[in-house]
Design a protein around this ligand. Structure first.
Ligand code: LLP
Length: 423
């Protein structure tokens, strides 16, 4: 559910026509809807946050937004004001999360390649926990924590070997992937961690993949992790936190073909299994909070027809939104001003010097003329955050719409920015 819709023939973000934004701020332009972001984060906090006033026995759950999906400070600040925590995978993300006002006590840190400097930084800031992904990483955290005179709070990221039924590049919870420790080895890992002087075991973490459109894999993974938790109990290891990862999918195609479940349905399926165990649940949604809360506006520069193809050449390229090129991802592209021209089959391509630079291939859409604006939907997650300066293209600007108001939340990059730091 989002607040990008036509009013008459004009596409709006909430109460603001996108055509006006494209003209005022230029293109390519990322546009976010505050109302949509709020709706999504609240759906999670209502589903997983717990409510002591209802007499929920478990402490409040924590909703830790995955910064990798979108790390703009204005968006993080908004989510922080809603009580969100953060799921981070680098020192840079920790910096951004703290700067945006996300409390360290709600920050969880995953990632297979944490450096000593990053570990020290996170220890100093007192994050909630490190989601540890390997034996050697655990040893390093123990060592670094000792040198810093601290005890490091850790969870083990287990790899439950469950097929999330999603794109292989965004699957994480199968044995063949680099993430986590195989669940069969987890007990041994905890036994080892227990003996380490500077490690405090507080949780377990799992994440099986992204853009999951079914609940069954989440449940299968949770059942495996709960079996592990029972074994740990039997061995005298009592955990406080159960981090279920992120991954709930969104609808990239209009119509009925994709129907990812809502956070409430996920909670309804998973939380009863956890109840009564004294565990605080953490969830780490990224895409399902930000994805449909953002669009990318682009202008058609030229049209071009060859013997075999029609191209719509636009001013946004794979450096601005890489998902179609990298994953073959589908993003809906619709005109900012609706027209009644006949539909044509086209490739929507960018200006980058790569044949793989496209936003859509063989797409049927109403004819577009040079100068007209197009809107790429579902671009709020893994859009700007994965953008680059490839072909020396400055970063696009970002704006946030709130009802009828618009706020620039990131200036368009400049040529000067391109050479910043070069000596
Ligand atoms: N937690 C962990 C440990 C993760 O690895 C991820 C995503 C998330 C949370 C957030 O997952 P989400 O709720 O956003 O599905 N660039 C890819 C997606 C990569 C996701 C990697 N991990 C894409 O554009 O589809």
């Amino acid at each position: 559910m989002h607040y990008f819709a036509y009013k008459g023939d004009d596409l709006y973000a909430e109460d603001v026509p996108l055509e006006k934004l494209a003209r005022d701020y230029g293109t390519p332009l990322y546009v976010y809807s505050k109302r949509t972001l709020l709706r999504h984060i609240r759906a999670y906090s209502e589903a997983f946050g717990g409510d002591p006033s209802r007499g929920d026995e478990s402490p409040m759950g924590i909703v830790s937004f995955a910064l990798k999906a979108n790390s703009n400070g204005a968006i993080l600040g908004l989510l922080a004001s809603e009580g969100a925590g953060a799921d981070i995978v680098s020192g840079g993300e920790l910096f951004r999360a703290l700067r945006a006002g996300i409390p360290a006590s709600k920050i969880v840190y995953a990632g297979v390649g944490k450096t000593a400097d990053e570990i020290v930084y996170a220890l100093k800031k007192n994050i909630l926990m490190f989601n540890v992904e390997s034996d050697e990483e655990l040893e390093k955290i123990n060592r670094v924590a000792g040198q810093a005179g601290r005890k490091a709070p850790v969870a083990l990221r287990v790899n439950p070997d469950v097929d999330p039924l999603t794109h292989p590049y965004i699957s994480t919870g199968l044995k063949k992937y680099k993430f986590g420790v195989p669940i069969e080895e987890a007990l041994e890992f905890y036994m080892k961690a227990r003996k380490m002087e500077n490690i405090e075991i507080i949780g377990v973490h799992e994440h099986i993949g992204s853009q999951l459109t079914r609940i069954a894999p989440f449940r299968d993974a949770l059942e495996k992790v709960l079996a592990l938790i029972e074994k740990l109990w039997a061995s005298g290891i009592k955990l406080k936190y159960l981090d279920l990862g992120g991954g709930l999918g969104i609808r990239y195609r209009r119509g009925e073909s994709e129907k990812p479940p809502e956070p409430a349905a996920l909670a309804k399926s998973l939380l009863p299994l956890v109840k009564g165990r004294g565990l605080t649940v953490i969830v780490e949604p990224g895409r399902s909070v930000a994805g449909n809360a953002g669009v990318l506006l682009t202008r058609c520069l030229y049209r071009k027809k060859t013997a075999v193809k029609r191209f719509v050449i636009v001013d946004a390229g794979m450096n601005d939104l890489v998902r179609p090129s990298l994953y073959g991802a589908y993003h809906e592209i619709i005109p900012v001003r609706r027209n009644r021209r006949a539909a044509l089959k086209v490739d929507v391509v960018g200006p980058i010097c790569e044949s793989g630079d496209f936003l859509a291939t063989d797409r049927r859409m109403p004819a577009v003329l040079a100068g007209e604006f197009l809107c790429v939907l579902g671009a709020g997650a893994y859009g700007f955050s994965m953008s680059s300066n490839y072909n020396s293209r400055p970063h696009p600007a970002e704006v946030m719409v709130d009802g009828g108001e618009v706020r620039l939340i990131r200036k368009r990059g400049t040529y000067r920015d391109l050479i910043r730091g070069e000596l």
